[in-house]
Structures are given as structure tokens and as C-alpha cells.
Design a protein around this ligand. Structure first.
Ligand code: AMP
Ligand code: MG
Length: 480
């Protein structure tokens, strides 16, 4: 394989931002999954790969030539409380530079203890790493910005949680692993070095801001806008991240850290599955509010760079933060209008009425979020609750609003309404069979269909079905 590593993170940032750390060797590594398509996107030339060497590389038993392994320092607000964190079980090997000059972090997750492990074993269970692989790749297929998964290697060692699990290492690819929590770390522990982090992030992720006269203020705004775009995309497909702590919010606007995430089936804004989220802080409908809260933490950590006079800095930050709800609402509405096939020409008030009436109807009728839109665009039969009088009334009104071409309407809808989402029960079935029966066939079938979840395919039928009592008692765990 062809690695072209660079190490801008450890070469450009002060030493406080990382600790050189080698992965800890594992007894018996074997490659369970390898993402050839992604490897090609990274210009790794996977065609000639030697599986034994790949097992050694992606378990951390052998360092990829040119690696400079480090654990990154970061802090974060977890469920509202500030804590020092850092890579407790992940190691960044380097930044792969593609032929076209794109930079990707290559990180091993589950590769052993680091100085940030805080008593943890530095390891990951096979089930959790397979879950991250499956859902992150499905998110990529659904066209949602996300970190990617290159490989899962079984370690041959046991991992002890409530039960005994098989251990695994995931190779995670990200445009970077810098988080809101990285800025919080700098602000709290090495404030004099915050400006280096800001310069680096602007150079790496927001180079247009180099020309800005008010770089920190504009960085706040740009990070906020990317986060808004990301949350709008999550809302489009019913994704519930489950643990939107500030350390799990990427500064580049990618979905990161697939712990207790899940998908909403029956529409309800309060939907939450994470076993530890008893108050619904990270419920489906609360995600925009939490993103806003997290961005406020980000603002707090760069305040001194926004303006030297604190009062002025606060006013400037507030002005940006106060724009969040309106911008979010506009972008969310524009996205929902696309799900309904509306063009901008149709009457705005009528579009809004139609949208909010439908959401209300879905809530009252416990309608499946994904499939309701498929019924509207003619990709699912209109039966059951969709034959009710109040739905028909809504439907007729909806159809009367858009004066444009019917074909155009359906095309917009089909680009925005996935035929399939990773239904929670099917994710668990794929993981059960892979982990308990050593059978990856369903897991692989699922990966395959999520390559293109927007185009009709006979293989999708199983994934479109909603069993009775779906999600009753369903819980996700940080179970790592
Ligand atoms: P997460 O919940 O995956 O976002 O992780 C939160 C923090 O806990 C991060 O600092 C992780 O590195 C750390 N962590 C999670 N699991 C482990 C583990 N098994 N060993 C050491 N650190 C861990
Ligand atoms: Mg995390």
C-alpha cells in the first residue's frame, strides 16, 4: 500500500497538544473488514495489499512507514460538565496526503492505553467497532459529512466490560480529529497557545478566513454554519447522535464518534434511545439546541482572540451566537421543503402550514418518518394510516400548493428522502450475527445497500419494512 504521510498537527502545534505514544501490540491480529473503495479514495493503492501486513498495520503491531504516532489532547463538556479527556484509546498515525493534495487523518481506535486513558483499558470491543464501521459508512452513503472507516482488525485478545467481548481496532479516517473540545483544552490549560490552534485550524479547514480582518469572530461563525448544516442533515434522515458532548463535535463539521447513536423510526421529536441519556438532553428534536449550546462553549474558548477587550468580545460573540436559531430554522425549513418537493415559487405560508401540519399528523399517528415521505413520492403504497380521512385532506392540500412540474417535484424528493436508513433492529441483527455467530453476510449486505440508499433496488425491501412494535424497549449503550 502507498502511504504518503505528513504530520502537520504535531509539527505545527506546540507540544502540549499531543503526547507521542505507540500503539500497544495485540496477540493475534486478523483483518475482518477492509474498505477498498475508501482506500482508493485515499490513494492507498489497496490492490496489492498483503493481508498479513495489513493486519499488522491496522492493529498497531507494526508502524506504517512514516508514522509519527501520537495521542491528542482535548477536553470537553460531557452532559454539561467540563472534563479533561484526550485520546484515551486512540492513536493518530499521520495525515495521508492524496495525489490531489487532500489531507486525511489516519487514526487507530482501540489501540491501547495512553497517558489520557484515566484508568480505562485503551481497548474497544469488536461489536462497538463494527457498529461504528457500519453506521459511519451508511452515513457516507446517505451523503452526510462523516468520519469514515477503513478497517476493522480483530486483536485476538478479550476485552472486559460488563461481559467478556472480543477486542478490535478500528481505523478511522477524518478530515481531522480536532474538536470543539480541543479549543476548550487550549483555553483552560494552555491559554497562551490557543492562537496557534486557531491559526492551524484556519489554515487546515477554513483557509478563506486568512484574509479576514476579524479571524476569530469569523471562525466562530463558520464553525457554527458548518455545524448547522450538519445537524440539518441529521434531521433530514432521522439520525440521533446520542452523545453530542463538545469533545464529540468536530471543528470541520463531520459526524464523529458513533457510540450510542440510533435512527428515529416512528416520528417524535423527543425520541431518544441512549441508555445514559435519561433526561433526553440529546433527543432527536433537541439536537439543534445542543449544537447551539456547544458552539457557545466554542465561543467562550476563543473569546480572548475575538477582541482584546472582554466586553467587546462578548458582544461580538453574542451577535454571532444569537443568529443561530434563525439561520438553523431557515436551513431546516429549506431542507424539509425539499423533502416535500416544494420549489421556492410556491407560497411560503402554505408551504409552512403543510409542513407543520404533516409533522403534527405524523406525531399523532405514530407514523414512520422515513416511509411517510416514500408514500408521498410514490415509492411505497398508500395504505394503513395513509388512507385516513385527515391524511387524504392534508395530501390534497399538499398537492395543490406546488404549481410546478410533477416530475421535478418527485426528483427533488428522491434526492432528499432515502429509501432506506439503518433501522435499529437491523443494525443489531447485523452485529449479533457478526459477533455471536461469526457470520458477516448480513452485515456485508447492509454495507452494500447503503452504497446508494436513494435509488430503487429490489434488495431494499427488507430494509424498508417496519415491523410492528419497532423499537419498543430499544436502548443503545456507550458500550465501548
Ligand atoms: P467517547 O465516549 O468515545 O467519546 O470517549 C470519551 C473519552 O473517554 C475519550 O477521552 C476517550 O478516549 C475515553 N475512553 C473511552 N473508552 C476508553 C477506554 N476503553 N480506555 C481509555 N479511554 C477511553
Ligand atoms: Mg469521543
Amino acid at each position: 500500500m502507498n502511504f504518503h504521510f505528513d504530520h502537520s498537527y504535531c509539527q505545527r502545534l506546540p507540544k502540549d497538544f499531543f503526547i507521542p505514544t505507540n500503539p500497544t501490540p495485540v496477540p493475534n491480529p486478523s483483518v475482518l473488514l477492509f474498505n477498498d473503495n475508501l482506500a482508493r479514495e485515499l490513494d492507498l493503492s489497496p490492490g496489492n495489499k498483503d493481508l498479513e501486513e495489513a493486519a499488522a498495520f491496522f492493529s498497531g503491531n507494526k508502524l506504517i512507514p512514516g508514522s509519527m504516532p501520537i495521542a491528542q489532547a482535548y477536553a470537553g463538556h460531557q452532559f454539561g460538565n467540563f472534563t479533561m479527556l484526550g485520546d484515551g484509546r486512540a492513536i493518530l498515525l499521520g495525515e495521508q496526503i492524496t495525489k490531489t493534495g487532500i489531507r486525511f487523518d489516519i487514526q487507530l481506535k482501540g489501540s491501547g492505553q495512553t497517558a489520557f486513558s484515566r484508568g480505562g483499558d485503551g481497548r474497544a470491543t469488536l461489536r462497538a467497532m463494527l457498529r461504528e464501521y457500519l453506521i459511519s459508512e451508511a452515513m457516507a452513503g446517505l451523503k452526510i459529512p462523516t468520519t469514515r472507516s477503513l478497517a476493522v482488525v480483530k486483536t485476538g485478545a478479550k476485552v472486559y466490560r460488563e461481559e467478556v467481548h472480543e477486542g478490535a481496532v478500528l481505523t478511522r479516517i477524518a478530515s481531522s480529529h480536532i474538536r470543539v473540545g480541543t479549543f476548550e483544552f487550549a483555553h483552560r490549560f494552555v491559554p497562551k497557545e490557543s492562537s496557534f490552534l486557531m491559526d492551524y485550524v484556519i489554515e487546515r479547514h477554513y483557509p478563506d478566513l486568512n484574509l479576514s480582518k476579524s479571524r476569530a469572530r469569523d471562525l466562530l461563525e463558520e464553525v457554527m454554519l458548518r455545524q448547522i448544516d450538519l445537524i440539518v442533515q441529521w434531521m433530514r434522515i432521522g439520525f440521533i447522535h446520542g452523545v453530542m458532548n463538545t469533545d464529540n463535535m468536530s471543528i470541520a463539521g463531520e459526524t464523529i464518534d458513533y457510540g450510542p447513536c440510533s435512527f428515529m423510526n416512528t416520528y417524535h421529536p423527543d425520541t431518544v434511545f441512549s441508555s445514559i441519556d435519561v433526561q433526553g438532553r440529546y433527543a432527536y428534536g433537541n439536537q439543534p439546541h445542543i449544537a447551539h449550546w456547544n458552539i457557545a462553549c466554542f465561543a467562550g474558548s476563543i473569546l480572548s482572540m475575538i477582541h482584546e477587550e472582554k466586553e467587546v468580545a462578548i458582544e461580538m460573540a453574542k451577535e454571532v451566537l444569537n443568529s443561530f436559531p434563525t439561520i438553523y430554522e431557515e436551513k431546516w425549513q429549506a431542507m424539509m421543503f425539499k423533502k416535500l418537493g416544494f420549489s421556492n415559487e410556491a407560497d411560503l405560508q402554505q408551504r409552512k402550514n403543510s409542513l407543520f401540519t404533516l409533522l403534527d399528523w405524523m406525531t399523532k399517528n405514530k407514523a414512520d418518518y422515513t416511509n411517510t415521505f416514500l408514500v408521498l413520492q410514490g415509492d411505497m403504497p398508500m395504505k394503513g394510516i395513509y388512507l385516513k380521512e385527515d391524511f387524504k385532506e392534508w395530501f390534497d392540500h399538499w398537492q395543490s400548493i406546488e404549481k410546478g412540474n410533477e416530475k421535478d417535484r418527485i426528483n427533488i424528493m428522491r434526492e432528499n428522502n432515502p429509501l432506506i436508513i439503518p433501522r435499529n433492529h437491523l443494525v443489531e441483527k447485523a452485529l449479533d450475527e457478526a459477533c455471536l455467530e461469526n457470520d458477516l453476510s448480513f452485515f456485508e449486505q447492509m454495507l452494500e445497500v447503503f452504497n446508494n440508499p436513494y435509488r430503487q433496488n429490489a434488495a431494499y425491501e427488507l430494509f424498508m419494512k417496519v415491523p410492528e412494535n419497532i423499537d419498543v424497549g430499544y436502548k443503545t449503550f456507550c458500550g465501548t
